[in-house]
Write a protein that binds this ligand. Structure first.
Ligand code: PGA
Ligand code: ZN
Length: 399
């Protein structure tokens, strides 16, 4: 039984305040978790409130429904109490940031009561034995860096890696090889919010450099490394003009579909996230028809971890993969329901960090618990390596 829920403001990786929750149980269980925060957020995400307001609202409405009332190990009960306390369909009352911090902290307290690691508590005895392949962000721009690439994230996916550890180190090696190649070309650059290099180059040069870095590292490590993208299409889309606005030109929707399909073929992309606007299920369906058998077409802003939006996508054949960010929907129960619906319909779930992160490692456990084929959590930087290192530890414990 939950005996205490404490909420506080802590720093995220951008230096902004975010919500941290502690959950304590009668039998001495303890869980602590913090909410991440997006910059290129989807329009249909659950609502993040300013942390001080979210904390005040959750203390008033949610904490009394949990303390002495709910069991930390009963995730559905905890998350139903959060929904009841909030009373809206987008967590605009207690804030999705308070909700997700409490939901994840309760899961950790539940695991602690059992003396089980979090992935085991969440996944249970019948979980799959696979480990997720980390998608590493090596070059980026968009909303995550000023004056860098149009495409938000150039990702690498060590699909042939024999272990999680090999995969994590391969991504870090590609990241540093990209830096060497940029230096050879005399391109100065810093890093974006997720630790990817943020050079002031156009997308075609970024494709060249990442492609070259991948070949170099592939030869070095001796296994296959795939190439992927998060286009963050909604950020490029001008809805009045009906066009995708790149630095050097604009593309209408048909041209955007053709452009992405060509990139898939030219670079053998294994993963393409949000290639199109978050409202355009039809365009997603057309692109999925064209290249969905060769690559994952993943909906992030399109689906926002929301089962209603995923049902719409399934009905219309839009995408074949869904990005899972617990804070987009507010609770672990909602995230699990989205993962289960996706799996039942042949959509691959990809578990993801946000651009604003903390040291919290819940998503590493979530990916292992749900047998997700991929996890997107950066390549370098403390708040990113917190998750990657946790994956290495889980693999070490579990195998
Ligand atoms: P965000 O971006 O966390 O800033 O929303 C990440 C993404 O678009 O996947
Ligand atoms: Zn995205």
């Amino acid at each position: 039984l939950i005996t205490d829920v404490r909420l506080r403001r802590i720093l995220d990786s951008r230096g902004n305040p975010t919500v941290e929750a502690d959950v304590v149980t009668e039998s001495g269980g303890f869980g602590r978790a913090a909410a991440p925060s997006g910059a290129s957020t989807g329009e249909y995400e659950a609502v993040e409130r300013p942390p001080s307001e979210a904390i005040a609202a959750a203390r008033e409405d949610a904490v009394p429904r949990l303390v002495g009332e709910a069991y930390a190990g009963n995730q559905r009960e905890v998350d139903a109490a959060l929904h009841a306390a909030d009373g809206t369909d987008d967590f605009s009352e207690i804030g999705a940031n308070s909700a997700v911090a409490i939901s994840m902290a309760a899961a950790k307290a539940g695991a602690d009561v059992l003396g089980a690691p979090l992935f085991q508590h969440l996944g249970g005895a019948f979980r799959g034995q696979n480990f997720p392949i980390p998608l590493g962000n090596v070059v980026g721009g968009g909303e995550h860096a000023a004056d860098a690439t149009d495409i938000q994230e150039f990702l690498v996916a060590p699909v042939g890696a024999p272990s999680v550890e090999d995969a994590v180190f391969a991504n870090a090696t590609v990241h540093s090889t990209v830096a060497d190649l940029l230096e050879e070309r005399d391109v100065p650059c810093g890093k974006g919010d997720e630790g990817a290099w943020a050079p002031s180059i156009d997308d075609s040069e970024a494709f060249e450099i990442v492609d070259e870095a991948v070949s170099i590292v592939q030869d070095e490590v001796g296994f296959n490394i795939g190439f992927g993208l998060d286009v963050a299409g909604a950020e490029l889309y001008d809805s009045d003009a009906g066009t995708y606005e790149y630095s050097d030109r604009s593309r209408d929707t048909d041209e955007q579909i053709e452009y992405i399909a060509e990139l898939v073929r030219e670079y053998d992309l294994v993963y393409v996230e949000d290639p199109l606007d978050e409202d355009d299920y039809d365009a997603f369906a057309d692109l999925t028809d064209e290249v969905g058998d060769q690559t994952l077409i993943c909906g992030d802003d399109l689906f926002v971890t929301n089962t209603d939006r995923l049902v719409e996508g399934i009905d219309r054949g839009a995408a074949n993969s869904i990005l899972i960010k617990p804070n987009q929907i507010g609770t672990l129960t909602d995230a699990f329901d989205a993962i289960e619906l996706a799996a039942q319909n042949g959509y691959d779930p990809v578990i993801s960090h946000r651009s604003g992160e903390t040291e919290d490692t819940t998503i590493a456990h979530l990916a292992v618990a749900t047998d997700a084929p991929f996890i997107k959590t950066g390549a370098v930087g403390g708040e990113r390596t917190a998750k990657l290192n946790e994956l290495i530890r889980i693999a070490d414990d579990a195998t």
